[in-house]
Design a protein around this ligand. Structure first.
Ligand code: ZN
Length: 411
């Protein structure tokens, strides 16, 4: 995992919190408290496989260092043993960026996982004009101004990017790859911060694993339904990113050898028939061919304004044309999903991303395909659910990666 350190920034002038949790056991505690929100000394002793007095000593040090706070100890009936400890939200802050193909979302989060400010701008990731960095800078500095947080108290910058992202080298191959250095180095030099980058769906999987419905699932597949289609994996209770971090390019499985060109350079990928982009493109095409839909009335003046979100909304109003489109999309995704399920036997499938609010309009087709194309033993216990993390999913995943790979990274 790349943790790019700019040449002119030493650990001495970074947030004090970074230096104060320099021992491995303290790092484990900080990581645990970030994910679990709070813990008792007994839980921490069990987690670290250490004695209760040793856990108490570590927590005491972290309290003195102002990294950990105790929650309402005086009212705790069991005294110190059952007191709940949590991170001091003000001990440090994280910049989280979710750079989608159309929009970039970013937020500043404290160690209590509260989003203190957020911004959104239209991503210029397809352009080679370096427009991304100035827009990001403007958003970051306006968030710092709004919150009063100083850059020296930012622990790190976590960034999710679509496509092929090599977290180890800090190189994004598909998007934001027009700088003369790896994007993580460019960002690190821009903000004077350590930076970690990852594929956006891997961040989503990270968030589901630690904060979402997959928290205790052990094995789960996460499908990101958005402008494109991606997949994240939780296998054996860990997020699996693949040999080079490229696992989960689910949307580029070929489903139609005679299909239309995909932005990846191949033809007939799943994304070309079932993604948010594909659904709106197919809808516009069919309406131009004279098919009937409420959309034709709503967008009579400009069919190009039809988006997947609008199709989902009209489908929910009962528009048969839109329901059929979503069913077809679900079937294409479901056929590919059945193949992955045959191989990995997941217990849970989580639908996330901005088009997952289609809900049953998509999951009905998925369930049908799972029944039809997987063996009964693979299908019988699998649960299909819609993510409950909402829009902040990838930002939470980015924050988690900053904690793991920067704040609590092994020395
Ligand atoms: Zn493709």
């Amino acid at each position: 995992m790349d943790v790019a350190q700019p040449g002119n920034t030493t650990s001495d002038d970074r947030s004090e919190a970074l230096q104060l949790i320099a021992t491995p056991r303290k790092k484990e505690i900080v990581k645990y408290l970030f994910y679990e929100s709070s813990a008792t000394l007994k839980e921490l002793a069990e987690l670290l496989k250490i004695t209760f007095p040793t856990a108490a000593k570590l927590i005491e040090e972290l309290q003195q260092e102002n990294v950990v706070l105790v929650h309402d100890e005086s009212r705790s009936s069991g005294g110190r043993r059952s007191a709940q400890y949590h991170l001091n939200p003000q001990a440090g802050y994280i910049l989280c960026v979710d750079s989608g193909r159309l929009n970039t979302k970013l937020a500043i989060m404290n160690l209590g996982r509260e989003i203190l400010a957020h911004r959104n701008f239209r991503s210029p990731v397809f352009k080679g004009d370096n427009g991304f960095i100035p827009l990001l800078k403007e958003s970051v500095f306006s968030m710092l101004e709004e919150t009063g947080v100083s850059m020296k108290n930012i622990l790190g910058l976590g960034v999710g990017i679509p496509g092929f992202v090599d977290s180890e080298s800090g190189i994004s191959y598909s998007f934001l790859n027009y700088f003369d250095k790896p994007i993580s180095i460019t960002l690190s030099e821009t903000f004077g911060l350590p930076v970690v980058i990852a594929n956006d769906v891997n961040l989503m999987a990270h968030a589901e694993h630690h904060f979402g419905l997959a928290k205790n699932a052990g094995d789960a597949l996460i499908i990101n339904l958005g402008w494109g289609i991606g997949m994240g994996f939780i296998l054996n209770n860990e997020v699996y990113m693949g040999g080079n971090g490229f696992a989960g390019e689910f949307g580029h499985i070929q489903v139609d050898p005679d299909g239309v060109p995909c932005h990846c350079g191949k033809y007939g990928c799943l994304e070309t028939v079932a993604s948010g982009e594909a659904i709106s493109r197919i809808a516009i095409q069919r309406l131009k061919n004279g098919e009937k839909s409420l959309l034709a009335y709503d967008y009579a003046d400009d069919l190009s304004q039809i988006t997947a979100r609008k199709i989902v909304n009209v489908a929910k109003e009962g528009d048969e044309f839109s329901i059929r489109l979503l069913q077809e999309s679900g079937e294409s995704i479901g056929r590919c999903l059945a193949i992955v399920m045959q191989i990995l036997n997941p217990k849970m499938i989580i639908l996330g991303g901005k088009h997952s609010h289609a809900g049953r309009l998509i999951t009905n087709s998925l369930e049908k395909c799972i029944t039809q194309y997987t063996n009964p033993k693979i299908a019988e216990d699998v649960v299909i659910v819609q993510s409950d993390l909402g829009d902040a999913s990838n930002l939470l995943g980015a924050a988690g990666l900053v904690i793991e790979k920067i704040v609590c990274a092994e020395a």
